[in-house]
Ligand binder design. Structure first.
Ligand code: CA
Length: 362
């Protein structure tokens, strides 16, 4: 048996070597002439604080990988949020060609491209597995390219947080009425849903969250998951840690590239960038899982971790539906993406019910 395998391996090697050494083959000449000798020096800005674990680290690693894979032909200098431009100007900077690349999450541009929120996460939306399936093979990425096209920007999925936590509270949430009057840091559509439940959504950058909660400027906050939340010290500012993160069930990140810059790249460098985004997409998600597992073990005996009551979740789900329907009525582009997303989510739910969901109950 092993002899047969070796024969296959050796003949494969001979084929590869012969192919590469045969410089007269038409394929080789063609590919050589297509390979530009030009070196590209690009800049990338991100929405993350400097050295932000997993997200910024993952994207810095991706830039290094691209440099190695391209044999130094594509060098990308990565700037964290605020180092070159403020975090939330990332999209504009890439759109205008101030920099060639950016990394962040599509819901940050909700004010400019509301329908882009479906490409990051929406409340009661799809988890990571559904998002990846939809984006890569369910038509999601094509829609994403279409909605960014007028902005001169090409998107790639590039990381996922996995399902987030519901957040930190200083009082127990036993009914939907407990959200009335609650000042909570919660962005995007999740914030709109909180407002419908009688709460007040507050927008705060990561750096301000701990102080605001500790001083009582806000009553509650969501952030990411055990790993990032604990690093921010939120456990020292609130008593109860609620789950699940109904508002962000599997947030996708994006690598965005300026269209003209992309078109200047030879095909082999475009392919290297594309494949590198698959890699970082998996890297960030897998590392999130491991760090959250480790942190949960460390903190589970020290803090009170509570589930939102089913009745609260079902009311939030209902209010989410109303919020999304309202937005769709106002905006045809939002409606188009919403319907495509919802259709895939429903089909995916039917399959999940008899696969992962059923298995999860064992
Ligand atoms: Ca969050």
């Amino acid at each position: 048996m092993s002899k047969i395998i070796w024969l296959i391996v050796l003949s494969g090697l001979a084929f590869v070597l012969g192919y590469n050494l045969n410089s007269n083959s038409p394929t080789n000449i063609e590919s050589t002439s297509n390979i530009s000798t030009k070196t590209f020096n690009w800049k990338m800005v991100t929405t993350w604080p400097p050295n932000f674990p997993i997200f910024q680290e993952g994207i810095v690693q991706m830039a290094k990988d691209i440099e190695v894979m391209s044999n130094g032909k594509l060098k990308i200098q990565v700037f964290a949020g605020g180092e070159l431009i403020p975090s939330l100007q990332t999209f504009d900077a890439v759109s205008q060609g101030t920099v060639e690349m950016g990394h962040g999450a599509a819901y940050y541009w909700a004010g400019k491209v509301p329908e882009a929120q479906f490409m990051s996460s929406v409340p009661f939306g799809m988890t990571t597995k559904g998002m990846n399936a939809w984006l890569y093979f369910g038509g999601g990425l094509e829609l994403w390219q279409e909605i960014y096209e007028p902005f001169n920007v090409i998107p790639f999925p590039a990381g996922n947080t996995g399902i987030q936590m519901g957040g930190w509270f200083n009082k127990k949430i036993n009914s939907i009425d407990d959200l009335k009057g609650l000042k909570m840091r919660i962005p995007g559509i999740g914030g709109k849903v909180l407002a419908k439940a009688g709460g007040t959504p507050i927008l705060l950058a990561g750096g301000e969250v701990y102080t605001a909660l500790e001083r009582g400027t806000i009553d509650a906050t969501e952030w990411v998951g055990p790993f990032h939340d604990y690093r921010l010290g939120l456990n020292r500012a609130a008593k109860y840690y609620y789950y699940p993160g109904w508002h962000e069930p599997g947030t996708s990140f994006e690598l965005i590239v300026n269209t003209e810059a992309w078109e200047e790249l030879p095909a082999y460098l475009q392919k290297i960038v594309e494949i590198a985004t698959y890699s970082v997409n998996q890297r960030i998600y897998s590392e999130m899982e491991v760090r959250n597992i480790e942190t949960l073990k460390e903190i589970e005996d020290k803090i009170e971790i509570l589930a939102f009551p089913a009745e609260v979740l079902s009311k939030l789900k209902y209010l989410t539906q109303i919020s999304l329907d309202e937005e769709a009525e106002k905006n045809p582009k939002f409606k188009k993406v919403y319907h495509a997303y919802k259709k895939f989510q429903q089909d995916n739910a039917a399959w999940s019910a008899i696969s992962t969901d059923a298995y999860g109950k064992l």
